[in-house]
Design a protein around this ligand. Structure first.
Ligand SMILES: [Zn+2]
Ligand SMILES: [Zn+2]
Length: 130
């Protein structure tokens, strides 16, 4: 079981990297520059503080608000490192959904003990929208 969940976690990390690469190919030509500028200003995961596998998350997703794609206030740095913060807190466990409370969840996650972190991941799943 532990092996299986390790494998599943590797698959979700890999998929998220492919997904980020596809964004560069299919989105506005301004995305790469906006993403890089955001990472320069916010170079660590807002949720766990990690610096590994950083991704720039849209708080309100492109599918819901394409006009906010390049809006700096709609972006937050999350990671796919140890805690899969992007997938779990930003999207409630599935990239088809998003967590409208990601800013508060990430801030609380940063300060929380492990037990509370696990609870926040569950809450993100309960709060997620399509
Ligand atoms: Zn993180
Ligand atoms: Zn995201």
């Amino acid at each position: 079981m532990a092996l299986l969940s390790k494998w599943a976690s590797k698959v979700s990390k890999f998929r998220s990297v492919v997904r980020e690469r596809d964004k560069v190919r299919h989105r506005s030509s301004g995305w790469e520059a906006v993403r890089d500028a955001h990472l320069a200003n916010s170079p660590a995961c807002v949720a766990c503080g990690g610096e590994h596998l950083l991704q720039v998350h849209h708080i309100v997703p492109f599918s819901t608000a394409p006009d906010l794609e390049l809006e700096p206030s709609n972006l937050i740095t999350l990671c796919m490192g140890e805690f899969d913060c992007h997938l779990k807190l930003g999207h409630g466990g599935s990239f088809r959904h998003y967590n409208p409370r990601v800013i508060a969840a990430a801030a609380e996650f940063r300060e929380a003990e492990l037990g509370r972190r696990e609870a926040l991941i569950k809450e993100a799943r309960a709060w997620r929208l399509d």
